[in-house]
Design a protein around this ligand. Structure first.
Ligand code: NCD
Ligand code: ZN
Length: 364
């Protein structure tokens, strides 16, 4: 096989047959690790492939103080080998959040960012924000200290169609917040619409980024609803129509560093998914990098996978890129991680992209 060096600076290489890709080890800028038995079952999947992850704080009860974030970080570390994976903790913003506590927790190295959930928007978001004016002081303090705000961008009004909730959030909530506190660094999490892609592209502040999940690059709303209801494709924000998926693929593979990987891998035990009122969330961690390799290859942009998964996120967060490397190998025989991860609380179904996985992470 002939090796072609595409970018000596980043170490990205692939052979002519495009059957091997070496890139800097990626990070996951949006991840749910849960707690207890599910944490123990799922954390190794992320730690195997990712060097760092922004860990979501939507436990029950949510992670709202620096001390709770530190304790949660210890519980994560306890189920993983001592080295090789760094959980970057977040605080769950409530209307009672004290600006000084946030700044102190960040200065102490306990938390990397703050997560905004509109109340009722998604799994375990009951403690989220209803009146955005009540958290204005926190936003000002975060802007002053350079702490990013990670936004679940959906309105929760019953009269707004669920497929419109992201676009409406941008106009009614996000844009006013950013105008009121222009110094605030914001990540629009798990974007799902062409409107969100356009909003990021139109920004000229240099303080706006967006994460894109693996599953939103693969599924549209038909996957959830056509030919039978498929709860393991149900997540929030819900997948939209195909034109939006295409816009997300263009954003992810287009080389714009404002778009970076946040898997939003969100495990729920099958009993909580396969029921009359199932939880939102796709468990993608075991297949995230192989599925991404497939998507980027199909777009003719395998050379941009490293930018999306390994370079753009650290650049936004002002962190160093990882020095170690990951190699993805493509083989004629498809590979599967199996259908489920077993946990002491029950099985967790792994995201099925709906196509055979020929790419695989080479064990290090
Ligand atoms: C997430 C979860 O289960 O915690 N669910 C999801 O569908 N993504 C919450 C979230 O990120 O909205
Ligand atoms: Zn999430």
């Amino acid at each position: 096989m002939v090796r072609i060096t595409l970018d000596a600076g980043t170490g990205l290489r692939y052979g002519r047959g495009m059957d091997r890709l070496t890139l800097r080890r990626p990070d996951d800028w949006h991840l749910h690790l849960r707690d207890g038995a599910v944490l123990a079952a799922v954390a190794p999947d992320s730690a195997r492939d990712f060097a760092r992850a922004i860990v979501m704080p939507n436990l029950v009860p949510p992670v709202v103080t620096g001390a709770q974030a530190a304790a949660y970080r210890e519980r994560i570390r306890a189920v993983l080998p001592a080295a090789g994976f760094t959980p970057l903790m977040t605080l769950y913003l409530t209307e009672d959040t004290d600006p000084e506590d946030v700044v102190a927790a960040h200065a102490a190295g306990l938390v990397t960012a703050v997560k905004l959930y509109p109340a009722g928007a998604t799994t375990n978001s009951a403690s989220g924000v209803r009146d955005f004016d009540r958290v204005r002081g926190v936003f000002e303090a975060m802007a002053g200290a350079g702490i990013p705000l990670l936004v679940h961008g959906e309105v929760t009004d019953a009269d707004i169609d669920i497929f419109d909730r992201e676009a409406v959030f941008i106009d009614r909530v996000l844009d006013p917040i950013r105008r009121a506190t222009p110094g605030l660094r914001v990540v629009m999490e798990h974007i799902t619409t062409a409107e969100a892609v356009g909003y990021v592209r139109a920004d000229s502040s240099g303080r706006l980024g967006a994460t894109i999940t693996v599953h939103h690059l693969v599924i549209n709303r038909n996957h959830i609803l056509a030919g039978g209801i498929r709860p393991h494709y149900y997540c929030l924000p819900v997948a939209k129509r195909e034109t939006h998926r295409v816009a997300l693929v263009e954003a992810a593979t287009g080389g714009d560093p404002r778009f970076f990987l946040g898997t939003d891998s969100a495990p729920h035990v099958d009993a909580a998914k396969e029921t009359a009122c199932g939880c939102a969330g796709c468990y993608t961690a075991p297949v995230a990098m192989p599925v991404l390799a497939h998507v980027f290859e199909a777009a003719g942009r395998l050379d941009r996978l490293e930018g999306f998964a390994s370079l753009a996120g650290p650049a936004f967060y002002g962190l160093p890129v990882n020095e170690d490397r990951m190699t993805l190998v493509k083989s004629p025989e498809p590979w599967s991680p199996g259908a489920r991860r077993e946990s002491a609380d029950g099985p967790v179904t792994i995201f099925d992209p709906g196509f055979p996985l020929h790419w695989r992470v080479q064990p290090s």
